[in-house]
Design a protein around this ligand. Structure first.
Ligand code: GCB
Length: 609
């Protein structure tokens, strides 16, 4: 599914802004459907409040019932469409809405989507009113169940001596707040009736002979006899290569490759443009950014363009106060500035696919992305649920379809910390990883494991072993002196069993900003520094061997459900939730920036073609 881009053949109308909103807190949570709220303006069904789109609705109001609501939330707004668009194909696209979404246009169902983090769209020509207002209504359900990703459960509390009649709670299996809402853009865009439906691009590089190959495959819907032109343009817009066919190979001599950025090289990530034109740009035009690069994994190394890549990075969350997980351009810009300030060259989209606008920045700024699915917290009791497995496969297909052309995406992570030691996890992950590899033979596939070398049953399927470790935090709390020993022992055991590169995909310590103690104790800034330094010293003994990366948990503090181990959220950020540095950020900044120049990171400057 192509990201909406305006061009000579396409226009976009945005529905971002303030919508009407109400929750359906009727005992059945079904009043909205019973009374057909979608058939008339929402304001005529009861009291509505203004709600921002995009945003999570949870933290926008002062109402606890809205913040903690579980069930159907309803949105609507009005819009008009110019008559000039009558002859165009009109597509209504939601970039994401969490979790289960039904969209109505003028009282009729236009599209529904299952899943909280990926785009969906529908052709709506025959539903649009060109002579007056259109009413767009959204019913959105945030309930997490055994067949959602992340999975969850609802517990009904039947003991009326303790709970009111009909009382229930949502149980989460992940460690972040279940923000809900229309999280990303909503747009109506036009295409011609014969149009470019999809483009798939993969690239290979022959480093020795300084040649790259761009393989492309274009799907056209409509008149297949239409003339097609494909052009590869360099950054200055100069045509490098052209072709008249819907699939083929473009040979690029002396290519400028896409590299993860290096601090001192001054060479930003290089993007070509694949310009696809129908009937010499008269009918449809789509411009796809293309980074030429190749990713390979050996038993010890993660190679980008045949050069060993060491990931010095962070795990993130889409999280901020007020907007929750809602798209926010200022936050995106700030986060990328902070990533660069820290010297981060890689991040993982823990624990769900992030907004496309975030991946745009990673592509443009040269930051490697481990693209993670929302398969977080899958428990042994979930694995036998065929509906969950089917949904997981579908989510991987949707993720691939959305992100397949992105040079920054260098590895897929299909899950985070599943019960991968349980016997029934094996078939589940064999399927999910096998499916992902089948979709995309060009990228490595993995998941993050918090199990151990002696009991993990699924690491056998991955290309890079990713482990989450909390020595000195969840075990041996307060004892930073044992971290190095435990890391070393653990690494050696994994190596004995598997001949695969290893990446530490989480390590860290909870830290309340401004809390100090000397000697350190858990939760102080001193303790976070000590923990991270111990891991760093342990990692330094293995970089250049089989260790291919380190990701700190976490880039910034983030919100979680309320529980006795979380103090207004998870505080393992090296930045506060407002993106101000804790003392540990300086340590990380020094380490990561010095890594740009060290030989074990591969000196990219020598490797530009
Ligand atoms: C983990 C999880 C992450 C948690 C983190 C923690 O292993 O992958 O989602 O937030 O630990 O802080 O406990």
């Amino acid at each position: 599914m192509l990201y909406p881009r305006s061009s000579e053949g396409r226009q976009i109308q945005s529905f971002d802004g303030i919508w009407n909103f109400r929750i359906d807190d009727s005992p059945t949570r079904n009043e909205g459907f019973d009374q057909k709220w979608y058939s008339r303006p929402l304001s005529t069904t009861g009291a509505v409040i203004p709600m921002a789109v995009p945003s999570s609705y949870n933290d926008v109001t002062e109402d606890k019932n809205i913040r903690d609501f579980v069930g159907w939330a309803w949105y609507d707004r009005e819009f008009f469409v110019t008559k000039e668009w009558q002859s165009r194909r009109l597509v209504l696209r939601f970039d994401s809405a969490h979790y289960y979404c039904i969209v109505y246009l003028n009282g009729k169902e236009a599209v529904r989507h299952n899943g909280g983090h990926l785009p969906f769209e529908a052709e709506v020509n025959n539903m649009i009113n060109f002579d007056g207002p259109n009413n767009l209504t959204v019913a959105l359900n945030n309930t997490l169940s055994p067949t959602t990703l992340p999975p969850g459960t609802i517990s009904y509390k039947a003991d009326t001596s303790k709970y009111p009649e009909g009382y229930f709670v949502q149980n989460l299996q992940m460690d972040f707040f279940n923000y809900a809402g229309i999280h990303r853009h909503v747009r109506l865009y036009t295409t011609p009736t014969t149009y470019i439906d999809d483009i798939t691009v993969t690239t290979t590089v022959d480093i020795g002979s300084n040649v790259a190959y761009v393989y492309y495959d274009i799907q056209i819907i409509g008149n297949q006899a239409v003339g097609l032109t494909v052009e590869l343009l360099d950054r200055e817009g100069v045509i490098i290569q052209g072709a008249p066919t819907s699939n083929g190979t473009l040979k690029v001599m002396n290519p400028t490759l896409w590299w993860p950025y290096t601090m001192n090289s001054g060479i930003p990530a290089y993007l070509y443009t694949l310009k696809v034109m129908l009937d010499g740009s008269v009918i449809d035009v789509y411009r796809l950014p293309v980074g030429i690069r190749v990713v390979n994994v050996t038993s010890e190394k993660f190679l980008i363009n045949n050069t060993p890549f060491y990931c010095h990075g962070v795990d993130k969350h889409e999280d901020s106060d007020i907007r929750g997980k809602g798209l926010d351009y200022a936050l995106i810009a700030k986060d990328f500035n902070m990533l660069k300030w820290l010297g981060v060259n890689c991040f993982r989209t823990s624990h769900y696919p992030y907004a496309e606008e975030i991946l745009d920045q990673a592509d443009q700024q040269g930051i490697v992305v481990i693209d993670e699915s929302p398969g977080v917290g899958i428990k042994s009791f979930n694995f036998d649920n065929q509906d969950l497995l089917n949904h997981h496969l579908e989510v991987m297909s949707e993720m691939y379809r959305r992100d397949k052309n992105r040079p920054s995406v260098c590895m897929w992570s299909v899950a985070n910390e599943p019960d991968s030691d349980s016997a029934n996890s094996v078939n589940y992950f064999k399927s999910v990883i096998g499916h992902t590899k089948q979709l995309d033979p060009t990228r490595p596939v993995s998941f993050t494991s918090d199990r151990d070398y002696y009991n993990d049953k699924c690491v056998q399927f991955v290309d890079v072993i990713m482990i989450n470790r909390y020595y000195g935090w969840y075990s041996d709390t307060g004892h930073t002196e044992v971290i190095q020993r435990q890391i070393n022992t653990n690494f050696m055991e994994w190596r004995k069993l598997y001949n695969k590169p290893l990446l530490v995909s989480e390590f860290g310590a909870g830290t309340v900003v401004g809390l100090h103690m000397q000697p350190s104790v858990a939760f102080t800034e001193e303790y976070q520094i000590e923990v991270l330094s111990q891991y760093h010293q342990a990692f330094d003994q293995h970089i250049g061997q089989f260790l291919v990366g380190e990701l700190i948990w976490n880039f910034a503090d983030f919100m979680t459900a309320q529980n006795p181990t979380r103090v207004v959220g998870n505080k393992k950020g090296i930045l506060t939730r407002q993106r101000q540095p804790k003392a540990a950020a300086q340590l990380v900044r020094k380490r990561y920036n010095s890594m740009f120049n060290s030989s074990f990171n591969g000196d990219h400057r020598l490797c530009y073609l």
